[in-house]
Ligand binder design. Structure first.
Ligand code: CA
Ligand code: CA
Length: 381
């Protein structure tokens, strides 16, 4: 080996060494040529250099992927940079890789990876209002709050109800702590009122009077604010009440059936209940709207049959059935229906559902007016 070729070799080693150092220090992307004449060819001149640090972002932030790395190259003013960030989900906490593929005009190329860590630093939102139950009733504490989080679809809800005595009327605090999967927490304290249970014959009690007042106020303000409109006929008002009750009260399967005031009070407070609640809330609204109505109670053949309650209404054209309870059967449209229509439905879908005794009830009209009622678009012809 001549001195000249020795020199050549050592300079080639020096270049490779520099290239290796750059790779380890800054993530250099280079490509090596392979020799054809037994000599190790030098790394192509002027390797392309890319560098960038791993980053942390908060969920929901946006990222300028170009700005995360610097690409420098002496001979090529516009090296190609291909960025693959398809694996990154900026809304879900986790660590993701962004892969940069670079190449310069000499053919030096390589890949560089930046780790993106998405963090959830925002605590869940928890909202709710103070609520009321009757003494001795059970309560679903979770249903009293609404919870949401930017990342966690199902944050953990911890409920401290150690202060509450469900059997003793009073006002209690319930503390909710809601924690997302990243450990961020929010708290909310709700006031819970336990009322004395109203029994039959307690109508004169102060508490019952207050409930009665609340039911009337609530019914009146609902009619004005969201159920009825000026210029509606009584039939249109009754239909609006039917629809509002049917579609706004949730079916929870239980209610206080002491009397309709308690049922409606409960219904307005919880916006949930069972057929008695639909009956009682409808009745409170019909009364507040000045529409004549009479209670109908299902005549059960034996104790195994479920109870049921609904109304007869008269908007000026005689008495018809009005049942705003939703059913999991088709054609559960019971606004202004005749005895026959009610029985036909029962016979088809739910035997004895509306079985009742006529004693003491006003005579019902026998002519159907269902052709006037458009359940779909909520209009009356
Ligand atoms: Ca270059
Ligand atoms: Ca969160």
């Amino acid at each position: 080996m001549t001195n000249k070729s020795r020199k050549k070799l050592s300079s080639a080693f020096a270049k490779i060494l520099v290239a290796i150092m750059l790779i380890s220090v800054a993530g250099v992307a280079v490509s090596c040529g392979s020799g054809t004449d037994g000599e190790i060819k030098p790394v192509k001149k002027d390797p392309i250099i890319i560098r960038g640090d791993d980053v942390q972002v908060n969920a929901g932030d946006e990222i300028d992927y170009n700005a995360l790395v610097s690409v420098t190259d002496l001979e090529d003013p516009n090296p190609t940079v291909d960025i693959d960030h398809t694996s990154v989900d900026l809304n879900t906490p986790g660590t993701y890789q962004v892969v940069y593929k670079v190449q310069d005009s000499l053919g030096n190329s390589g890949e560089y990876t930046v780790n993106i860590t998405v963090l959830d630093v925002t605590p869940p939102e928890v909202t709710g209002s103070s609520f009321t139950i009757m003494a001795g009733e059970s309560v679903s504490y979770k249903k009293q709050i609404q919870v949401s989080d930017d990342c966690d679809p199902d944050p953990v809800i911890d409920i401290d109800n150690s202060q509450v005595d469900l059997d003793t009327p009073g006002v209690y605090s319930v503390l909710y702590t809601v924690t997302d999967a990243s450990g961020n927490s929010s708290q909310l304290t709700l006031e819970m009122t336990v009322l004395e249970k109203i029994g039959e014959g307690d109508e004169a009690s102060e508490q019952f009077q207050e409930m009665q007042e609340y039911v009337l106020d609530r019914a009146t303000s609902l009619l004005e604010s969201e159920i009825t409109e000026d210029g509606m006929t009584d039939m249109e008002k009754a239909f609006a009440i039917y629809r509002w009750t049917k579609y706004n009260i949730a079916y929870s399967g239980s209610s206080d059936k002491t009397n309709y005031i308690v049922g409606a009070y409960d219904g307005f407070k919880k916006m949930a209940g069972d057929c008695y609640t639909y009956f009682a809330v409808s009745k409170a609204l019909l009364n507040a709207a000045g529409i004549d109505n009479v209670d109908v109670v299902k005549e059960r053949i034996d104790d195994s049959q479920s109870r049921h309650y609904w109304s007869l209404v008269n908007v000026g054209d005689g008495w018809y059935h009005f049942d705003s309870t939703p059913y999991s059967f088709p054609k559960d449209n019971f606004f202004m229906v005749t005895d026959e229509e009610l029985k036909d439905w029962d016979d088809t879908y739910y035997a004895y559902c509306h079985n009742f005794l006529s004693d003491g009830l006003p005579e019902r009209e026998t002519e159907s007016i269902q052709y006037r009622i458009n359940y779909g678009d909520a209009t009356i012809d």
